[in-house]
Write a protein that binds this ligand. Structure first.
Ligand code: AMP
Length: 225
């Protein structure tokens, strides 16, 4: 069957990064990409934030839900991920951060990849104690331009409030405020945590405690692939 993902001889690889908000999926992606230049970060949250900023119809639907810490509809995000992968670099290994987040999305991902022979390398599940998660999220500051992630205590920028990589002003995500964070954690427990069983039954699960230095975590991931 023809598939737009399968361009040329090299077929892309996919690694899923799954975990509650604040378990360090984006930071892990940054450290993996430093070690493996063929790896690229695809964050479903970033795709949605870009759509919200651009005011697209999907962005308009998603914005209010995201502000409240709720999930956006499965089809809305699945179509965005599918459209991204159709135009993506076939020689890359994509770190799929934040998708899937429900059982239905996991099945939709299977459909996106099914006929394409994409090599599904593993599903990395990150866990951390709730106190660590809260500290990480409330101290997180992100760069809206290059997506670099700082933390006011553990990874402060050289100049306060300014991204080390591109010089843009750092921001705190609206959904990183404490009231929304507790809702996001509840949504994770209800909708996403069950994916552990699914990927474990497929022998794709790489479960790791993310309460370690991000560089060490990246090495652990690479040693298990
Ligand atoms: P994140 O940047 O991964 O923390 O995602 C931020 C927000 O975007 C989430 O709290 C959801 O509102 C929405 N979102 C991101 N990915 C998904 C997804 N796979 N399914 C549904 N909603 C999502």
């Amino acid at each position: 069957m023809h598939c737009e993902l399968c361009i040329g001889n090299k077929i892309m690889d996919i690694i899923l990064l799954i975990g509650a908000p604040g378990t360090g999926k984006g930071t892990l992606a940054q450290h993996l990409m430093r070690r493996r230049p063929s790896m690229k970060h695809l964050s479903s949250g970033d795709l949605l934030r870009e759509a919200v900023a651009a005011g697209t119809p999907a962005g308009k639907k998603a914005g209010a839900l995201m502000k409240r810490g709720e999930l956006v509809p499965d089809n809305l995000i699945s179509v965005m991920v599918r459209d991204f992968l159709r135009k993506a670099d076939p020689s890359a290994c994509y770190l799929l951060d934040g998708f899937p987040r429900t059982h239905a999305q996991a099945l939709q991902l299977d459909e996106i990849l099914a006929d394409c022979g994409v090599t599904f390398l593993g599903a990395v599940f990150l866990s951390a104690p709730e106190s660590v998660i809260l500290d990480r999220i409330t101290g997180r500051r992100v760069c809206p331009a290059c997506k670099n992630i700082h933390h006011i205590k553990t990874c402060p920028p050289k100049t306060e409030g300014v991204c080390d990589l591109c010089g843009e002003a750092l921001v705190q995500r609206l959904d990183d405020h404490p009231a929304t964070v507790s809702r996001r954690l509840a949504v994770y427990r209800d909708a996403t945590a069950g994916l552990i069983t699914l990927y474990s039954s497929r022998n794709l699960l790489i479960a790791l405690d993310s309460n370690v230095a991000p560089g060490d975590l990246a090495e652990q991931v690479l040693s298990k692939l």
